[in-house]
Design a protein around this ligand. Structure first.
Ligand code: CTP
Length: 398
């Protein structure tokens, strides 16, 4: 995937900067042409000559004392993809705010190529609300974040914050380049919690944030898919994702069924209301009228409608459960899906509104694969890897 591609590697000043040499080596081994750009602080941690020897070109370390007149724009235009590894907390803050006061941030701001960012820092810094907000902002720009791992940190500490493995980062770079493994594949994703109106101001809803579905959409787009996200949640702003906002289960069914006609893969991550009020009052229920009695009726089964299509897309269902796996296994069979992602919404770190998720993959033959607790973005990546394997087994190419 990287053969003949041009990758700019930005290195910023943390102790993990020495690992940039390994990453540069991996990228070169995979056939990429690599140029590097470093902050001043990065040069305290790794010598520019090391990167020069690995890549065959001298790193840009000073915007005003380089061979080129405007090295950041030259590099930005040259790049097919840009990767910042390691990215310090300060770098994340700079990039999230469009600052360009060092060679790395200036180059990132000056490119239209896809950007991969691999942060590394102490756990407290990674989990600080400022860093969390900066990462969310960077994701909203369409940047791909390769989350840090748990391991040894500077100063003898251990925890979440160690730079991701260089191979994982190189995979992410390969994934963001146009011509990814899902090129030409039409993907439908449902997300968010539907809202069924009771009157003009109230609705029946649920706690779904839409984050899992959004992460799945971003991961598919990064692999080259044409993605349509039908969501009752906040949605995302991404150049390769078409967002169709909906409110109710009926709206979602109408949009999803239409799009599913031409979809290759459908991932049903929405938390769809199973029942809705028979009538939505045109006005406001008044307190003085006493407790209302609200008659409910079933909503359309969005996933069920797609499962019944022939031909139908490769179908992934979700199941928000509150305990043992038995119900998820029965559901995988009953729903007619190719794969079911089950998560226990009562487990710590899992479920509605969290940044992480602990899921179990359930296949129609009843086999189960429990995955460890990981960021939702990582669940999304691995889900696409798993879908690719299963589709390949079925004889579909991507
Ligand atoms: N789903 C759907 N339309 C509905 C209800 C559910 O598309 N009206 C989809 C969800 O997006 C999810 C899957 O079906 O992918 C399973 O949802 P879930 O609520 O767990 O299934 P139910 O059959 O409603 O089971 P339960 O009785 O546990 O609520």
């Amino acid at each position: 995937m990287l053969a003949g591609r041009r990758v700019v590697l930005g290195v910023t000043g943390g102790v993990a900067a020495y690992k940039a040499a390994y990453l540069a080596r991996r990228l070169v081994e995979r056939g990429a042409a690599v140029r590097t750009v470093m902050t001043d602080a990065a040069t305290e941690f790794i010598g520019p000559h090391t990167l020069a020897a690995i890549t065959g070109t001298r790193p840009v370390i000073d915007l005003f004392d380089a061979d080129e007149v405007s090295p950041h724009t030259t590099l930005g235009r040259w790049a097919d993809a840009l990767v910042v590894a390691p990215a310090t907390a300060a770098t994340l803050a700079r990039l999230a705010n469009g600052l360009s006061d060092d060679p790395v941030s200036a180059t990132v701001l000056a490119t239209v190529a896809p950007v991969v960012i691999a942060p590394a820092m102490h756990t407290e810094m990674w989990q600080h609300p400022a860093t969390v907000a900066n990462v969310e902002r960077l994701e909203s720009f369409g940047y791909h974040i390769v989350s840090p791992e748990v391991g040894a940190l500077a100063g003898g500490d251990t925890g979440l914050g160690r730079l991701a493995d260089p191979d994982r980062i190189a995979d992410a770079v390969a994934g963001v380049l146009p011509g990814g493994p899902l090129t030409g594949v039409e993907v439908l994703i449902t997300a968010g919690g539907t809202r069924e109106p009771i009157d003009r101001v109230r609705y029946l809803g649920n706690h779904s944030s839409g984050k899992m579905g959004n992460a799945i959409a971003v991961a598919a787009a990064r692999r080259g898919a044409n993605v349509t996200l039908v969501t009752a949640g906040p949605g995302i702003d991404h150049p390769h994702v078409t967002v169709v906002p909906v409110e109710t289960a009926a709206d979602m069914a109408e949009a999803a069924w239409r799009i599913a006609e031409t979809a290759d893969v459908a991932v049903m991550a929405a938390a769809v209301a199973d029942f809705r009020p028979v009538v939505a009052i045109d006005g406001k229920l008044r307190r003085a009228a006493g407790p209302p009695s609200i008659d409910l009726e079933p909503t359309p089964d969005v996933l069920g409608g797609i499962a019944a299509m022939s031909p139908r897309p490769f179908l992934v269902g979700f199941a928000a459960e509150t305990g043992a796996l038995d119900e998820a296994v029965a559901k995988a069979r009953r729903k007619g899906v190719d794969l079911l992602v089950s998560n226990d919404v009562t487990a710590p770190g899992s479920g509605f509104g969290t940044e992480t998720n602990q899921v179990t993959i359930v296949l129609p033959d009843g086999s189960t694969e429990p995955w460890s607790l990981m960021p939702k973005s990582e669940v999304a990546e691995r889900l696409w890897d798993r879908i690719a394997e299963l589709r390949k087994r079925e004889g579909t190419s991507a």
